[in-house]
Design a protein. Structure first.
Length: 262
């Protein structure tokens, strides 16, 4: 039986092939010299008191549309104003309703570090991330071999991008290498899309302390954030909790105010 991750990766390979036909790697490379310098994703997390990484996400394979008509200009400035330490932008169209143009628009209206959140399997995508304004990229251990992770992480650092490695279990700790900046524990199993925050607690002590640790998915309460902070997490990637409301920016503001009052 094909799991959701396999389906997404198969589609991603087709998508990248189509993109390469429109713009060659050389054409993408040539645009890098014109891309603006971006702030560090890792440093922003280290300096933040709350570590909230708010996400712009229109849909998810686990629950279909969350905010179908969400616009970058209506959300991103308010994420920045209301205390996001970084902002995650989904750039996968078929499964998450996002585009690279979303990332580009966000780059032009915020100074907050941006994470290109996608299923990165090809160096071509790293060049895209740099050109379109990302500060960091996501590498998903479940979607890559250890050697692929190392190769993509090394290239990312050469391009001046921070690297967030996403893991879901202890075995995937083997994907950590010298070019990784941040290790994120995804509480959602990408093969079944079932979410359990306990995964972050179980893996907290197993991630080497030299890496900034973040917890992703399934976080909806300030108490959960506080509990995760106590076991060493500096960042908390939250999307649906804010995007499922009419005003994601205001929802972030309320959440951070509650978090800081505890």
């Amino acid at each position: 039986m094909e799991n959701i991750l396999d389906k997404i990766i198969a589609n991603k390979k087709i998508e990248i092939g189509q993109q390469k036909e429109l713009f060659s790697l050389k054409e993408i490379e040539n645009k890098i010299q014109y891309s603006k310098k971006v702030l560090s994703f890792k440093e922003s997390l280290k300096q933040s008191s709350t570590g909230i990484i708010s996400e712009f996400k229109r849909r998810s394979p686990s629950r279909d549309w969350i905010f179908k008509k969400a616009k970058i200009e209506d959300v991103i400035p308010f994420y920045s104003e209301n205390g996001a330490s970084a902002i995650s932008i989904l750039t996968d169209l078929n499964f998450f309703g996002g585009t690279l143009q979303d990332l580009e628009k966000a780059k032009n209206i915020t100074e907050t570090p941006l994470l290109r959140k996608d299923f990165m399997i090809d160096e071509y995508q790293l060049y895209q991330a740099k050109v379109y304004g990302a500060s960091a990229i996501l590498l998903i251990a479940a979607a890559l071999t250890i050697n692929e992770t190392k190769k993509l992480a090394k290239k990312s650092k050469e391009l001046g991008l921070d690297v967030l490695l996403e893991i879901h279990n202890e075995k995937e700790l083997n994907h950590i290498n010298e070019w990784i900046d941040v290790v994120g524990v995804n509480n959602r199993n990408l093969k079944t899309f079932i979410t359990d925050v306990q995964v972050s607690f179980d893996l907290a002590e197993k991630i080497p302390d030299e890496f900034v640790k973040i917890s992703e998915s399934g976080i909806s309460s300030t108490q959960t954030v506080k509990n995760l902070q106590r076991v060493g997490y500096k960042g908390f990637l939250m999307g649906e909790n804010f995007m499922k409301t009419k005003d994601p920016g205001k929802s972030l503001k309320v959440f951070i105010e509650e978090l800081e009052s505890k």
